[in-house]
Design a protein around this ligand. Structure first.
Ligand code: ZN
Length: 235
């Protein structure tokens, strides 16, 4: 085994965005591994969704089944210890004085990317794929293109390997993310995302909406729901 450009590591949470990114990677790379982080999320539902999404992707296309490699789960409980946010504590989701939602976990994506690169180094993978987006997002500064670009440079310099962080969703909105899933895997992939992925901040999976499961009210459900509507209207 050696480093080569035909392999990729996808940051995979079990949500809509990272599932779409995983399909995007399976379409382009010969070997695709996944990494997920357990950091004391308020609701572990998204962690439960991961293996189901992986199985469903394998059944969707034989090519994808052949390319999908190892799944790695990294325990980052320490992140829950140092951050006091609505994603890791049982407090209300609201806008803070700094204009950021209380779901913002400071440094989360920076830490995720650093651990991903450390794993990628060991697995001899240069291409790291993240579902971050600057177009339709909650204002998280660590989702911005400039942050990711700086991070890519820091990781490449710090580990002396030419890491590339790919962000296929960076410049598209949620409606276009639904469309991307359709283009990659047809209605079967769209259905898989509706049924199996989880995005809701509150971990609500009681009610099945046209766009999937969720409370329908939190910022994350809002984005998913509105994107679905715009996507449907444009069809
Ligand atoms: Zn929700």
């Amino acid at each position: 085994m050696s480093f080569d450009a035909s392999k990729a590591l996808v940051l995979f949470s079990g949500g809509q965005d990272s599932t779409t990114c995983l399909a995007w990677a399976l379409d382009r790379y010969d070997l695709v591994e996944t990494i997920g982080f357990d950091y004391g999320q308020r609701h572990v539902i998204e962690m439960d969704c991961r293996p189901r999404v992986l199985d469903a992707l394998r059944s969707l296309k034989p090519d994808w089944d052949a390319r999908l490699g190892e799944d790695h789960i990294i325990n980052l409980g320490v992140l829950g210890e140092i951050s006091d946010t609505a994603l890791t504590r049982d407090v209300a989701i609201r806008m803070d004085d700094n204009g950021l939602p209380s779901t913002f976990v400071p440094g989360r994506n920076l830490i995720f990317l650093t651990f991903s690169a450390a794993l990628a180094y060991r697995r001899e993978i240069w291409h790291i794929i993240a579902g971050v987006c600057e177009t339709d997002y909650s204002g998280y500064p660590d989702c911005r293109h400039e942050t990711i670009k700086a991070m890519q440079q820091a990781l490449a310099l710090g580990m002396d390997e030419p890491f590339v962080i790919e962000t296929p969703l960076m410049w598209i909105d949620k409606a276009a993310t639904w469309k991307m899933a359709f283009d990659l895997g047809g209605q079967s992939l769209v259905d898989l995302i509706i049924e199996q992925t989880h995005t809701c901040y509150l971990g609500e999976r009681g009610e099945r909406h046209a766009w999937g499961y969720g409370c329908g009210e939190c910022p994350s459900c809002d984005l998913r729901k509105n994107g679905w509507k715009t996507y449907g209207d444009a069809k």
